[in-house]
Design a protein around this ligand. Structure first.
Ligand SMILES: Nc1ncnc2c1ncn2[C@@H]1O[C@H](COP(=O)(O)OP(=O)(O)O)[C@@H](O)[C@H]1O
Ligand SMILES: O=P(O)(O)OC[C@H](O)CO
Length: 502
């Protein structure tokens, strides 16, 4: 981190998520002074495939940046720095000369590379991958997605071998565009999601590049999460050049934004998926219970390790109720309907729509609804959908406590779905842990802003924003032990029926 002090009033965070691009302006007190957001198109070309158009990612992101400045009347010369946080693993390959993507972005949820993963398993690479990249073999991560593009886009492999192609996660793609192709960079947290990065040596892993036949020349330079990577010109030629000074994958950014910078601190983000991360300090903890080891950010912006459990269908289960089942109009309606019934009447929904992530890692699992009787109604199903989010998070917490040997005093939460009081209370009940919801639930954007602000001396240390992180509500467990146990056993039975081996 540098300590040059700019005389500027704001930091902008660009939060490039799975469903929308957002730009959020923070002031010195870490208060939000402006937000602009734009949704973009999701493409589902085949069952289990998910793509985005990289040009639409870029145009939506750059337009919300311009829009939020215009809306707030803040000039670009008042912005001290920009921080970037992004949906992770989503893979973009582009031509270095033209700057054009050679294929759509393959999104983290996309399952098309399950066969490549089966092949890696058959070649006995599981242990190597776990020990060196911290990951389990799954289509979720970027490495197999790059291989798929090189294998399937005509002429791509030859071009890649000639050094003409670049790979990036969304952070790299945005920075490449923001610097007109001058900077090809990523940070440790994003690199650790590729299955190509060695989390012990903090360098690209030559063996994994060989195994997946990926030329090293495609890869970005990897840097710390809080440093100046380059400058961007928002107002076009002649405008102010603003340093891009922070990058973190969105879940690591939320961990940092919630100030979980010490060993044993954890947060769960409830967005499209649910992502629980626990900081384990400067030591990598190897999971014995289906979690992954990933890179995170320490208090001074240095590399820390974290244990992570990723749930693929979190808030997306509620989107499914709305868009596919049509039984609610708004995600927020679920709070009311679920609270109208005293339980789910024995119904369990296991939303394994894209397989199951941690701790099961079963790409072939599929969704099931069990326990239906004549009395089951819409409210029970809505309630079962919300409860499924909490049960999946409990699966992860149990694994995390076993792996780390730590009992969590409380779980910090953030993300869109934490507005749901029913869900938060049920989460606390089913985990038997206190759940702390902050007033400002934009922890992901705050993390990126903080990383950028620290790099340019806008904030001297993370302490500067600590007092801004007010608690909105602390949910305490109220459910009797026997009830918690029997409900959770019902969930475990339902999961067994969703798994592909059942
Ligand atoms: N009140 C609510 N109750 C339950 N789920 C909600 C609620 N509000 C939003 N959601 C869910 O949260 C998700 C949006 O959260 P957000 O943090 O914006 O997600 P992302 O960053 O993954 O796009 C959606 O999947 C939506 O269905
Ligand atoms: O964009 P989100 O918030 O759904 O987060 C996606 C995760 O980074 C995927 O690993």
């Amino acid at each position: 981190m540098s300590d040059s002090i700019p005389n500027k009033d704001y930091i902008v965070a660009l939060d490039q998520g799975t469903t929308s691009s957002r730009a959020i302006i923070f002031d010195q007190k870490a208060h939000i002074v402006g937000v602009s957001q734009r949704e973009f198109t999701q493409y589902y070309p085949h069952t289990g495939w998910v793509e985005h158009d990289p040009m639409e990612i870029w145009s939506s992101q750059s337009s919300v940046l311009v829009e939020v400045l215009a809306k707030t009347g803040i000039r670009s010369d008042q912005v001290a720095a920009i921080g970037i946080t992004n949906q992770r693993e989503t893979t973009i390959v582009w031509d270095r000369k033209t700057g054009r993507p050679i294929y759509n972005a393959i999104v983290w949820q996309c399952r098309r590379t399950s066969d490549i993963c089966d092949d890696l398993k058959a070649r006995g690479l599981e242990q190597y991958i776990r020990e060196n990249t911290g990951l389990v073999i799954d289509a979720y991560f970027a490495g197999t997605k790059i291989k798929w593009i090189l294998d399937n886009v005509e002429g791509a492999r030859e071009k890649a071998q000639r050094g003409e192609l670049a790979f990036g996660t969304v952070d790299s793609w945005l920075i490449w565009n923001m610097t007109q192709g001058r900077v090809h960079v990523t940070d440790y947290t994003n690199a650790s999601r590729t299955m190509l990065f060695n989390i012990n040596t903090l360098d690209w892993d030559e063996r994994m590049l060989d195994e997946l036949e990926i030329p090293k020349s495609m890869l970005p330079e990897v840097k710390g999460s809080s440093t100046v990577y380059g400058k961007t010109n928002i107002g076009g030629k002649g405008g102010t050049r603003i340093p891009i000074a922070g990058i973190a994958g969105d879940q690591q950014s939320a961990l940092f934004g919630q100030l979980c910078t010490q060993k044993g601190m954890a947060k769960n983000t409830y967005g499209t998926g649910c992502f629980m991360l626990m900081n384990t300090g400067t030591k990598a903890v190897k999971s014995e219970n289906g979690l992954i080891t990933t890179l995170a950010v320490g208090d001074k912006g240095e590399v820390n390790y974290a244990l992570e459990g990723s749930v693929f269908m979190g808030g997306a289960t509620i989107q499914w109720l709305r868009d596919e089942m049509g039984i609610i109009h708004e995600a927020s309606d679920t709070d009311y309907f679920a609270s109208k019934v005293k339980d789910t009447n024995g119904v369990y929904l296991v939303p394994a729509f894209v397989g199951l992530g941690a701790p099961y890692w079963d790409p072939h699992a599929r969704g099931v609804m069990v326990g239906l009787s004549r009395g089951a109604n819409r409210n029970h199903i809505i309630r079962a959908a919300l409860e499924s989010i909490a049960y999946q998070s409990r699966d992860i917490l149990d694994a995390m406590q076993q792996d780390s040997g730590l009992k969590l005093a409380k779980l910090k939460v953030d993300g869109g779905a934490v507005a749901n009081d029913f869900l938060m209370q049920f989460q606390s009940d089913i985990m038997n842990t206190r759940v702390e919801r902050p007033k400002m639930i934009e922890s992901t954007a705050l993390g990126a802003a903080l990383l950028a602000g620290l790099a340019v001396g806008f904030w001297p240390s993370t302490d500067a924003i600590r007092q801004s992180l007010e608690i909105d509500h602390l949910f305490a467990p109220q459910m009797p032990r026997e009830e918690r146990q029997s409900r959770y056993e019902g969930w475990q039975d339902a999961v067994k029926r969703a798994l592909s081996a059942s």
